[in-house]
Design a protein around this ligand. Structure first.
Ligand code: NAP
Length: 251
């Protein structure tokens, strides 16, 4: 039997078909992890998996059956990166739609809970488990038009902090990584495919790259087993808060 010390650790990453999740898959593979990649767009997953030698498995975190199939396709898991996430629009609370809010909550909150529940027993039995929840500065700040998303990321933060307490004494570390603006497909999705509107989010300053966040993930999961990095907040230098950004046209 292969001991856990002799085999490579396995990292399971949700939302690995683009952005931060894809960058984390590439980086963790470089660090020697076996990588399992989950997301809905299988072709995109396969491209990332081919680049990092990982295994693509289709996953829709909003669908319990899909989460069950995903979990059944995985042998062992040492590190779970709960990264799949979306935002829908920038409407004020007065104009939020049930459909938009439900999509965000089903993905960012219920999805994270479903995948965590499905993999928690194996994270524990492996003897050196680690859950990394990709939150956001929207988990402790708010901004007008952001309620559907910021409320979901506040929930991610609450779940992470609760799990930290529930897991104490067990061999499972837990970390929240809370980024500011990262240039990914996130804003394009948020604005329903409006590339021009998405581009304006990152105009006039240098945002984080997905690899910058992957760097934080890699650092957190490669600390010695007695070290728990509770949280990492990482922002572009030009971004002091969710809304205070030094754009070039401002100076
Ligand atoms: P992205 O490029 O749009 O990536 C989002 C990922 O989530 C994609 O791989 C997408 O894959 C996956 N996903 C969405 N819905 C899913 C579902 N129902 N089931 C499974 N996977 C799903 O955006 P990103 O910036 O890398 O976002 C990753 C995480 O970072 C999110 O949790 C986001 O809230 C967080 N974040 C982003 C920023 C930012 O500025 N970009 C800042 C702070 C935090 P499929 O569409 O193929 O399913």
């Amino acid at each position: 039997m292969t001991s856990s010390a002799a085999r490579a650790r396995t990292a399971v990453i949700t939302g690995a078909s683009s952005g931060i999740g894809a960058a984390a898959a590439l980086r963790l593979a470089e660090e020697g992890f076996d990588v399992v990649l989950g997301a809905r767009r299988v072709e995109r997953l396969e491209q990332v998996a081919a680049e990092c030698g990982g295994r693509p498995v289709q996953l829709d975190v909003t669908d319990s059956d899909s989460v069950d199939r995903f979990a059944a396709a995985i042998d062992s898991v040492d590190v779970l990166i709960n990264n799949a996430g979306v935002a829908v629009g920038l409407e004020p609370v007065a104009e939020l739609t049930d459909a938009g809010v439900e999509k965000v909550w089903q993905t960012n909150v219920m999805g994270l809970i479903r995948v965590t529940q499905a993999l928690l027993p194996r994270l524990e039995s492996g003897g050196n488990g680690h859950i990394v929840n990709v939150g956001s500065v929207a988990g402790f700040e708010t901004y007008p038009g952001g309620a559907g998303y910021t409320a979901s990321k506040h929930a991610v933060r609450a779940i992470t902090r609760t799990l930290r307490m529930e897991l104490v004494g067990k061999p499972i570390r837990i970390t929240e990584i809370a980024p500011g603006h990262v240039e990914t497909e996130f804003a394009v999705t948020r604005f329903g495919g409006d590339d021009q509107r998405a581009k304006r989010v990152y105009e006039g300053f240098t945002p984080l790259r997905p690899a910058d966040v992957a760097d934080c993930v890699a650092w957190a999961v490669t600390r010695p087993p007695n070290v728990n990095i509770d949280e990492i907040v990482v922002r572009p230098l030009a971004q002091a808060t969710a809304t205070l950004i030094a754009r070039k046209e401002d100076s």
